[in-house]
Design a protein around this ligand. Structure first.
Ligand code: LLP
Length: 421
């Protein structure tokens, strides 16, 4: 028996959510999202700025609409994400387009929508963009994404600011490329950007990167190139483990602000995780318990296809019982591996968790709002979860659970008469 408080989202209990919407379901708290947004907004108050939410962290249309209504701009990495932003009521003029492999159709789309700037990642991309702009008789607004060669001290898969990573333009190549861009009538230089990685819990790599980029900005100025904005990317981490401490947006900006004094630059940033992670929870139900001599497994109805972070990065995410166990449920406290039904040993949400579980327990994986639903898949022909936004006790279904028909809609069987030669 354990005396945890029942989990709820803005007053709606896990039990009610599970009964109304089924499991697994992603639940989002509107008030938490708002609080994270205003933490950034207030931190940036004294600076000319633009917050471009990194859509890849969670691209649900309703959440994008909320952010657009709060005044967010967006960081998109594909034509698909840009179309989502536009459908959600977001403004291209306040959005930037990142990514190492933009295709001509995506450039065209962003140019006709009036994107704020392309974060250009290579000489080849710059030349391609110039051609596309020329063919459309438009001028493409650009920022060069430089790679400052800084160790973000994060998981290697999500470190992006090292020389060996595919991202950005080496610092030493930036000046000649800016000069090339300045000569083109089809390109307009707007700024400079970088993004050194994700889930950073230390602020020093951000400072290191910023110092290097400010040095480059001075070099550019000496060569006659002045910039309107400096985009510091995203990357601020969240404290997933109880022993971790994540800097707040306030601390993050306070650390960078002194370096920006006396420079007439608009500060852009592209936070994803630090805006949306805490607002989201994955609600899941135990399917069956499989205690054993070596290991105790709790098989739940969410799996690696719903939440890939533990499998892909070995990420630790908090998993709690959603309700206190009562004497009638016969729950026993044990150390459990929380695993999904997918046929892979790597399919787990958490390992070695001390929990009191019974055969119908509801569990919550908290801080799952970022890179949860957006990285989900249909592996093992599993229909993706529903998503629910809760606003002070009121629930809005913002994505219905997928059906098998949804999954099969794009596939075609061969005709009965087809002969396999
Ligand atoms: N800007 C750019 C150019 C990015 O590539 C990213 C993330 C962001 C902004 C937002 O970074 P954030 O503030 O969310 O750290 N799937 C991984 C994270 C991948 C991050 C990719 N880029 C995870 O679940 O940890």
């Amino acid at each position: 028996m354990n005396n945890i408080e029942p989990w709820n989202c803005e007053g709606v209990s896990a039990r009610e959510l599970a009964e109304r919407f089924g499991t697994p379901t992603y639940i989002y708290s509107l008030q938490t999202l708002k609080a994270r947004w205003f933490a950034y907004k207030n931190a940036l108050n004294a600076l000319p700025h633009l917050i471009c939410y990194a859509v890849k962290a969670n691209s649900n249309l309703a959440l994008l609409t909320v952010l657009a209504k709060l005044g967010a701009g967006f960081d998109v990495v594909s034509g698909g994400e840009l179309q989502r932003v536009l459908r959600a009521g977001g403004q291209a003029q306040h959005s930037v387009f990142s990514g190492v492999g933009k295709q001509p159709w995506e450039m065209q789309l962003a140019l006709s929508a009036g994107i704020h700037s392309f974060n250009v990642e290579s000489a080849a991309e710059l030349r391609q963009l110039e051609q596309v702009a020329q063919s459309m008789r438009l001028i493409a607004p650009i920022s060069l994404r430089v790679n400052p060669d800084v160790d973000a001290q994060t998981h290697p898969y999500i470190a992006t600011g090292l020389k060996e990573n595919k991202f950005g333009i080496p610092m030493e190549d930036a000046l000649p490329l800016y000069l090339e861009a300045a000569r083109s009538p089809h390109l307009r230089i707007r700024g400079i950007d970088c993004h050194i990685g994700s889930q950073l819990l230390s602020l020093s790599p951000f400072t290191e990167a910023l110092e290097k980029i400010l040095g480059l900005i001075d070099q550019l100025a000496a060569a006659g190139i002045s910039l309107g904005h400096l985009n510091i990317g995203g990357g601020l981490g969240v404290a997933y483990r109880p022993e971790e401490i994540a800097p707040s947006p306030e601390e993050y900006i306070a650390q960078l602000q002194p370096l920006l004094q006396h420079r007439s630059l608009t500060l852009l940033c592209e936070p994803g995780r630090s805006l949306i992670a805490d607002a989201g929870t994955l609600l899941t139900r135990v399917i069956l318990l499989k205690p054993g001599q070596h290991k105790n497994f709790a098989v739940v109805d969410a799996a690696m296809n719903d939440l890939l972070r533990p499998t892909l990065y070995g990420a630790w995410m908090s998993i709690q019982e959603a309700e206190p166990s009562s004497p009638t449920t016969l729950a026993e406290s044990k150390v459990w591996d929380i695993v999904g039904p997918v046929c892979e040993t790597g399919d787990f949400l958490g390992k070695d968790r001390q929990l009191s579980l019974h055969s119908d327990s509801l569990l919550v994986v908290t801080q799952a709002g970022a890179y949860g639903m957006s990285m989900s898949s249909n592996y093992n022909t599993r229909c993706r979860s529903a998503e629910v936004l809760v606003d002070r006790g009121q629930c809005h279904l913002i994505r219905r659970r997928e059906s098998l028909d949804d999954l099969l809609a794009t596939e075609s069987a061969l005709p009965e008469s087809f002969h396999v030669a």
